[in-house]
Design a protein around this ligand. Structure first.
Ligand SMILES: C[S@@+](CC[C@H](N)C(=O)[O-])C[C@H]1O[C@@H](n2cnc3c(N)ncnc32)[C@H](O)[C@@H]1O
Length: 485
């Protein structure tokens, strides 16, 4: 199957991206960046019956229990107040919490300076979880494939590459402009034994954000970025004052990390500009955002440039912190609904990308499901598609087509061709020879307690009309079938 089995992905994941550096990894390295470290807190690797992905997904569904963590880490215990709370205005306490969570939950070790940004782990982990979903749902390959990513502005912690490499067979190129950050990032990569999988690149502020050519990289799977947030140093210092935090500490970060002209809109705008040149040399361009207004402005820019394949989500951690992420792609693979339209409130509908899932039919529990499945297979199997495969184990089928082969117009054209009229007189052109896939789709039959649902998911392509047309066609056929029964 083709789809996004792009040469790009293969090149990036297999490629040797540094002088003498082989970034290929083995599954045994995943999740054990530093084998042999004690893992006294939460079990790692996960207990029997819990997949690694399941374990990581659930980590911060509830707020970390500091008292519990302190039982396993005396350095954290020393900073805990009698009521079991941490003083978040104390940089030493926030830094220790980050170190403790990374060690207990991911088996990662970190060293941080006290004058650079200290990343809150749950928030950074949310971005990695979303990226996993984004990449998994925009490929026909099974989840968890080997990928290569670029982290623009990795910071002293090198947090995203560390978290990504701990969970998946992902390799990274990580950049920064600050020599102090780069020197700590190098230490952190080494401390975790990830030198073979994370390559650091020093950049200048005026350099392109995405250094593919400079690093002799043809293609890469994703770019991620947590851009400088503030538009000026005053903006940053007054925000630190409001939060009763010491300025220029690990809580707030240094100006070089946190401030850029035009703030995050300008920084991500730069990435959009570069993406318009690099296009599908990268499958997904993504960035985290600190302000909702930035998200709206940047989606406006994407739409202006005709970029229709994008994904939006919000990261909610605790009651106070809310962040957003935006991703866009020039490729045809469409992310799943919960990944691309990850903002719940209906007021945000106007900024979300188009839906990719259509409910075709609900079948009451008392009706047998097998005849419906047979009918779906007959209807779709009789179409002249590029490919169609049914997977009984998941009650789902994947199809790809080069054109709308269910329309009346198409059938009429076919008949004319068979009767010796039209441009392809006397010969039928097999759809399988069509050059480009216009629509990749998946039909799923999900059996619930009270009913079964048949749904259609748009997997591939840029044309919403052909997806809607197929949905309408299938809905009509399936309703006819149910009423005939
Ligand atoms: C908000 S910090 C994020 C650090 C880290 N990724 C994290 O999430 O904690 C932004 C980072 O981008 C770096 N940076 C700023 N401009 C950059 C540029 N033009 N290219 C690469 N990195 C840059 C800063 O030095 C800083 O480390």
């Amino acid at each position: 199957m083709a789809g996004n089995k792009r040469k790009a992905s293969v090149d990036a994941a297999e490629m040797d991206i540094g002088p003498g550096t082989d970034l290929r990894t083995t599954p045994s390295a995943i999740g054990r960046p530093n084998p042999g470290r004690p893992n006294p807190g939460r079990p790692h690797p996960p207990p029997a019956g819990v997949t690694a992905d399941g374990y990581f997904r659930r980590l911060y569904e509830t707020e970390p229990d500091f008292k519990q963590l302190a039982k396993h880490d005396s350095r954290l215990a020393a900073l805990l107040h009698n009521d079991g709370q941490l003083d978040f205005s104390n940089p030493a306490a926030t830094m220790q919490l980050t170190k403790t969570l990374l060690e207990l939950d991911f088996g990662l070790t970190l060293e941080l300076p006290d004058d650079r940004l200290c990343p809150p782990v749950p928030n950074r982990h949310n971005y990695i979880l979303w990226l996993k979903d984004l990449m998994d749902t925009t490929s026909y390959e099974p989840p968890g494939r080997k990928l290569c990513g670029l982290d623009v502005g990795t910071g002293a912690s090198c947090i995203y590459p560390l978290l990504g490499a701990a969970q998946r067979p992902w390799n990274f190129v990580a950049t920064d402009i600050d020599t102090r950050n780069l020197s700590y990032a190098k230490t952190n990569i080494k401390l975790n034994g990830l030198e073979e999988r994370i390559r650091l690149l020093e950049r200048k502020p005026e350099d392109p954000l995405v250094p593919l050519d400079e690093a002799s990289i043809q293609c890469i799977d994703f770019v991620m970025m947590n851009p400088p947030f503030y538009t000026s140093e005053d903006d940053m210092l007054s925000s630190a004052q409001k939060k009763a935090r010491p300025p220029l500490s690990a809580c707030t970060g240094a100006p070089v990390e946190m401030v850029c002209e035009g703030g995050e809109v300008a920084h991500v705008g730069r990435l959009i500009g570069e993406s318009l040149v690099l296009r599908d040399r990268i499958q997904w361009y993504t960035s985290m955002l600190g302000k909702l207004t930035s998200l709206e402005a940047l989606i406006g820019q994407l739409r202006e440039k005709g970029i229709d394949n994008y994904a939006v989500t919000e990261f909610v951690q605790g009651s106070k912190t809310r962040r957003w992420a935006l991703g866009w792609s020039f490729g045809p693979m469409r992310p799943a609904e919960h990944v691309a339209r990850g903002m719940k409130a209906s007021i945000w509908r106007k900024i979300l990308p188009l839906p990719v899932t259509m409910q075709l039919l609900m079948i009451p529990a008392e009706k047998p499901i097998n005849p419906v499945i047979s009918r779906i297979r007959d209807i779709v199997g009789s179409l002249e598609l590029m490919s169609w495969t049914w997977h009984p184990e998941t009650s789902s089928g994947l199809g790809r087509t080069g054109e709308n082969v269910w329309s009346r117009a198409w059938r009429r054209r076919k008949l004319r061709e068979q009767d010796g009229e039209g441009p392809n007189r006397g010969c039928t052109t097999p759809a399988a020879e069509a050059e480009e896939c216009r629509l990749g789709f998946e039909i799923t039959v999900a059996v619930g307690k009270s009913e079964a649902a048949v749904s259609l998911r748009w997997r591939e392509g840029h044309d919403p009309l052909i997806f809607e047309s197929l949905g309408g066609f299938l809905q009509r056929k399936l309703k006819d079938f149910l009423s005939d029964e």
